[in-house]
Design a protein around this ligand. Structure first.
Ligand SMILES: [Zn+2]
Length: 194
């Protein structure tokens, strides 16, 4: 892993990576963010997307349908090259991929609630009522692209996979500097013009 040190440098160059706490309620439904850092053959990406965009809800998963939706989304988000399609000539492969759901209040994962004893339990299971918090899916990817010069564009199949997503704000960091783009559902191709 000869790239390790420079990748760390690239990652910390993104404000989002440096901040340890983020405001989930600062996100805008329909709008995700994708940071891309290209360093030689190494490409690192970080995706943040509102739960609303990915699974269509942001309340805590309370039933099997919700949980299955979250699990399915995490699986989809763990296959970056199916979401962000790179030219075949670039020869990109996934070295690492990690996706997870982050919620505002990381309240304990009480997987099973005993509805049987409703009468007895007078201490509030009912503060579920104010669960108006936001959730975000967060994914990190490390790719290796054999021929990075051929990495001329990225097609966002992401929009096909996630019908509620409307836009992705992209920050691209390369040896020649940082650039910002907005990739929208209507024109889901990011030209890297390098
Ligand atoms: Zn939200």
């Amino acid at each position: 892993m000869k790239h390790t040190i420079s990748l760390v440098a690239l990652l910390t160059a993104f404000p989002a990576f440096a901040e340890s706490t983020r405001q989930l309620d600062a996100h805008k439904h329909g709008v995700g963010t994708l940071n891309i850092a290209v360093d030689g053959t190494a490409v690192v990406m970080e995706l943040e997307a509102p739960g609303a965009d990915i699974v269509g809800f942001e309340h805590a998963a309370e039933n099997d349908v919700d949980k299955d939706a979250v699990d399915a989304a995490v699986a989809l988000l763990s296959a970056p090259l199916d979401l962000f399609v790179m030219p075949e000539a670039a020869g990109c492969i996934v070295a690492e991929a990690h996706a997870e759901l982050e919620s505002e209040a990381m309240h304990s994962e009480h997987g099973e609630d005993n509805h049987a004893d409703e009468g007895h339990d007078d201490h509030a299971d009912e503060d579920h009522a104010d669960e108006s918090g936001h959730t975000e899916f967060h994914a990190e990817y490390a790719l290796t692209c054999e021929n990075p010069d051929a990495l001329t564009e990225i097609t966002f199949a992401y929009f096909n996979t996630f019908p509620n997503a409307k836009e992705v704000e992209v920050q691209l960091l390369t040896a020649s500097g940082a650039q910002a783009y907005e990739v929208e559902r209507d024109t889901p191709v990011l030209g890297l013009g390098r």
